[in-house]
Every structure is written in structure tokens, then in C-alpha cells.
Design a protein around this ligand. Structure first.
Ligand code: NDP
Length: 516
């Protein structure tokens, strides 16, 4: 674990080992009466040795590792240590053009007309290699993005492989997915992914595209290009024909040159609503297909008949998973008034046990924020929450000396008008609001420009159905939160975007349906 130092809270009191009354030793233990029990975990760091970083990575175009046309590079930084990891070629518009041409040639010459059962073999091979190299991917992803190893190891990488397994199964069965219709590939897909789930978002996009017979040009986020570049190696290892997958890291403008490229047939984007709107404008007036998976401000609604301990776990998973850098994070807790006090008390107790620190330590629950810019955004919104009159709680926990870390944060006394109740913070910050009736809960849950996800906690099945019907959210979890499966479609309403990824719906976005 990185060197740890005790820091102070925002109100100036010291932060150190946990000293709740419940954690004090009885005198019979011989530690001294009332002595705090040192419930400390020993460091359990995952080894970095499984990852071999090159000094410099090129662009992956037409099956080859090539430098940018102007020789420019950028540095990928480890957000947990602020140390540079490696250099990556920074694509130009000319490089993007080259990648799209390579994808077009691969589509025309081979991939677009390859029988589904042959495409499936490549996807199965990729899935298997991802599983074989899962530890390497997990460690690299945690180093580049700041997410805890237990999440990259147990969620991101297994789910990424699962998407390839799942869509491999569809590649030769498209006629059953769309009965009575003939499903034809669209051609070249231009895909832009964010930094919060770099490998998983790549899999969500590349697997259905290839299964349906399209070729791909993918731009990863600038702060997390490395797992996509390792995936390029997997494509080579799987003998994927050159040009079927092209990985082109570079700045946001390069993403726009992919979106507006005349030879791209379909655009898929996951990221902020602001950029999503620009992309929408970029494809306007063309016949390109478009799916947008954008921001969210999900309500996690807890009724008074919910099992509170279970709900607390769901709330914690909903907002502190992946440092809260999750588009569908349950960032607004709506608690029924009659249970708000015990619920907050239980939440505070649970927050005190969350371990923030080295992403490569297997005991870490909350790792590093992905970038300095994102940390600044979180800090600014938290300051706005305090200035607007909400009450902040942060548990006692040490933060590493270096790196972009933020304590799990809970706001009570939040009003609907507060920025922390309206804006996507994309950090480990929960805003608690209350309600009295189911109607009020629906009203408040829907009172947002977003509509990506929501959660409902109640003992009554009928109430779950009542709420689900009324909430404008693409996904509603009942008595759980943040569960994903490749067979299940995911996507939003309103400013959270349109189109679905996952399941058969995810295939639909990559095919043209013709009559038999
Ligand atoms: P962006 O939307 O800017 O980044 C997402 C992807 O879009 C990245 O690959 C980025 O490239 C690319 N991109 C940036 N500008 C353009 C452009 N003009 N045209 C095409 N592609 C572009 O998100 P940020 O990283 O700026 O994060 C800002 C906020 O967005 C976060 O605080 C969070 O609220 C939200 N967000 C939501 C996500 C979600 O899953 N819904 C994911 C990420 C962020 P590059 O990295 O090179 O800039």
C-alpha cells in the first residue's frame, strides 16, 4: 500500500483509526479499559509483475502498432500515485481516416461476408483469451483508472469476457434474433468510450458489433487507454483479420473526427451528456445509426417496509462502487420519512468500515478518483452542497499522501434545488432526500433531466411494480442495485440518451433489417 498519513477532516478534527464506542475493548480483553480495538487489515497488495508496460504504445490500425502521423504522444498517469505509467501515440485526424479506411477494407474484403459461425469462432477465442489473461487485465485496469482491484478482478474483466461469450453465441443465430427478417451488418462502427469502465465499455461496444458482422474503430478515453491497447494484443493473439478492430487513442476532437467521418455507418458513444449532445449534432443530417449512453442522477428509493440492513448494502454499492464514477450510480437516496433516522445511522456506521486507498490492495473498497480534473469537479460540487446548506458527513479514514482520493461523503438536509441533488457528481457523494408517499417518491425520482436507472427497496412486490411503471428510468433495480448481465439491455430516457446496449436489443443497434 502507498504510504498513508493521517489527515484532518474539513472541520479540522483529526482523522485516525476507528474509535466508535462499539469498537472499544471490554476490560476483560486486557488491552486497557475502553481501549480502541485496532481493527486494521494487513496490506494485501496485488503484484504488478503480471503487467509488462511498454515504454510507448502506438495506435492499433489495420492489425499493426503504428505511431501517430505527427509523432505526438501523451502520457497515461496512475491516478493513485500521480506517476506516469507510459506514453501513448496521440492520433491525428489523418490517423483516424486511416483507421476508418482499414475498417472499411476489412468489412468489404472479408468480415462483412464471413458466415456467422466463422465470426463466432473469433469472438469465442477473444472471450477465452480475456479469461486467460484476466489477472493482467485487472491489474492494468486498476493501475490506469484507479478502480479497486477487487472490482476490476470480480466485475469489469469477468463481465467483459461474458459479453464476448454472449454475443459469440448470437453470431450464427441472427435469423432467430430477428424472426422473419434478414439481419445485415451496417458496415463500419465508430465507437467512443469513457474512463470509468474502460475494458467493460469496450466489450459492450465491440462484441455486438463484431457478432453482427461490422468492423470497428474505437477511441478510448485519454486517461485510460491502456486496457484497450492490451485488447489490441488480444485481437492479434486471436488472429482477428487486420482492420476488423482498430484502436485509436487521442484527444476529444479526434473522437469528433470519427463521428463526422463520411465512411462511418454507425456511431456509439458512452460519456457525458454535454459531449453526447455535440455528437448528436455531429451526425444530424446523415443516415448514420446512433446510440448514446450518457449521464444519470439515479434515485435509490427506500420504503419503510424495506429490510434496512440489506438496503444499506445496496445504497453503499449503489454510490460508492467504483468511487461513484458510474453513470447509473444511486446518487440520490430517497428515504421514507418514518425510517430516515435509523437508516442514516446504519449508513454512517457502514461508511466507517469502508476502506479508501491503494487500488491494488485487495481490501480496498474505494480507490482513486480517475483524474485530477474529476477530483476537482467532485470537490467543487461538495463545496457547493455545503454552501447551499446541506449537512455533510464523512467517516474517519486515512487518505494516502499522494494520488487523487476523496472520502465517501453523505449529505443530509438536501433540498431538490441543491446542485448536489441535480447535477451528476460522478464521485463518492450521496445526497439524501425524504418522501412521505409513493406518489411523492415518484415525483421526486423523476424530477431530473436524466433517466438512466433507479432502485426500489420494499417488502411488497405490488409496490415494486407500481413504482417501476411510473418511473422514467431505463433500468430499475428492485431490492438490489448495480447488477449487470450481458443478456440484459441497458440504456436511458431523456438526457441519459437513447438506444440499448446488452441483450438482443444491443444487437439491434448494429444491424439493418431487411425483408426475406
Ligand atoms: P467526456 O464525455 O468528455 O468523455 C467521454 C469520451 O468522449 C472520451 O473518450 C472523450 O475523449 C470523448 N470526447 C471528449 N470530447 C469529445 C468530442 N468533442 N467529440 C467526441 N468525443 C469526445 O467525459 P469527461 O471525461 O469529460 O467527464 C466529464 C463528466 O462526464 C464526468 O464528470 C461525468 O459526470 C460524465 N461522464 C459520464 C460517463 C457515463 O458513463 N455516462 C462517463 C464519463 C464521464 P477524451 O478522454 O480524450 O477527452
Amino acid at each position: 500500500m502507498a504510504a498513508m498519513a493521517t489527515k484532518t477532516t474539513d472541520d479540522g478534527s483529526p482523522r485516525g483509526a476507528l474509535t466508535r464506542a462499539a469498537d472499544r475493548a471490554p476490560s476483560s480483553w486486557g488491552l486497557g479499559d475502553g481501549q480502541a480495538i485496532p481493527w486494521e487489515y494487513a496490506p494485501a497488495p496485488e503484484s504488478r509483475d503480471v503487467v509488462t508496460l511498454k515504454e510507448r504504445y502506438g495506435l492499433f490500425i489495420n492489425g499493426k502498432d503504428v505511431p501517430a502521423s505527427d509523432g505526438q504522444v501523451f502520457t497515461s498517469v496512475n491516478p493513485a500515485t500521480e506517476e506516469p505509467l507510459t506514453e501513448v501515440a496521440r492520433a491525428t485526424a489523418a490517423d483516424m481516416d486511416k483507421a476508418v479506411r482499414a475498417a472499411r477494407t476489412a468489412f468489404r474484403s472479408r468480415w462483412g461476408s464471413l458466415p456467422g459461425r466463422e465470426r463466432a469462432k473469433y469472438l469465442f477465442r477473444i472471450a477465452r483469451i480475456l479469461q486467460e489473461r484476466s489477472r493482467e487485465f485487472a491489474v492494468l485496469e486498476s493501475m490506469d483508472s484507479g478502480k479497486p482491484i477487487k472490482e476490476s478482478r470480480d466485475v469489469d474483466v469477468p463481465l467483459a469476457a461474458a459479453h464476448f461469450w454472449y454475443y459469440a453465441g448470437w453470431a450464427d443465430k441472427l435469423e432467430y434474433a430477428f424472426p422473419g427478417r434478414v439481419a445485415k451488418p451496417l458496415g463500419v462502427a465508430g465507437q467512443i468510450i469513457p474512463w470509468n469502465f474502460p475494458l467493460l465499455m469496450l466489450a459492450w461496444k465491440i462484441a455486438p458489433a463484431l457478432a453482427a458482422g461490422n468492423t470497428v474503430v474505437l477511441k478510448p478515453a485519454s486517461t485510460t487507454p491502456l486496457s484497450a491497447l492490451l485488447f489490441a494484443e488480444v485481437c492479434r493473439q486471436a488472429d482477428l483479420p487486420p482492420g476488423v478492430v482498430n484502436i485509436v487513442p487521442g484527444p476529444g476532437e479526434i473522437g469528433m473526427s470519427l463521428v463526422t467521418h463520411p465512411d462511418v455507418d454507425k456511431v456509439a458513444f458512452t460519456g457525458s451528456t454535454d459531449i453526447g449532445k455535440k455528437i448528436y449534432k455531429g451526425v444530424a443530417g446523415t443516415d448514420k445509426g446512433l446510440t448514446l449512453e450518457l449521464g444519470g442522477k439515479a434515485a435509490n428509493i427506500v420504503f419503510d417496509d424495506a429490510p434496512l440492513d440489506q438496503a444499506v448494502e445496496g445504497i453503499v454499492n449503489g454510490i460508492y462502487f467504483n468511487q461513484g464514477e458510474v453513470c447509473c450510480a444511486g446518487s440520490r437516496l430517497l428515504a421514507q420519512e418514518s425510517i430516515v433516522e435509523p437508516l442514516i445511522e446504519k449508513l454512517k456506521d457502514r461508511l466507517a468500515t469502508i476502506r479508501v486507498g491503494d487500488p491494488l490492495d485487495k481490501n480496498t473498497d474505494v480507490g482513486a478518483i480517475n483524474s485530477k480534473a474529476q477530483l476537482e469537479k467532485i470537490t467543487e460540487l461538495v463545496a457547493a452542497g455545503r454552501a447551499e446548506g446541506a449537512e455533510m458527513y464523512q467517516p474517519a479514514c486515512d487518505l494516502p499522501d499522494r494520488g487523487y482520493f476523496f472520502r465517501p461523503t453523505l449529505f443530509t438536509n438536501v433540498a431538490q434545488s441543491h446542485r448536489i441533488a441535480r447535477e451528476e457528481i460522478f464521485g463518492p457523494v450521496l445526497s439524501v432526500l425524504t418522501f412521505r408517499t409513493p406518489e411523492e417518491a415518484v415525483e421526486k425520482a423523476n424530477n431530473t433531466p436524466y433517466g438512466l436507472s433507479a432502485g426500489v427497496w420494499t417488502d411488497k412486490g405490488s409496490r415494486i411494480l407500481h413504482m417501476v411503471k411510473r418511473m422514467k428510468a431505463g433500468v430499475v433495480w428492485a431490492n438490489t442495485f448495480n447488477r449487470f448481465d450481458p443478456t440484459s439491455p441497458f440504456g436511458g430516457y431523456k438526457e441519459s440518451g437513447f438506444g440499448r446496449e446488452g441483450g438482443m436489443h444491443g444487437l439491434h443497434a448494429y444491424v439493418r433489417l431487411e425483408d426475406r
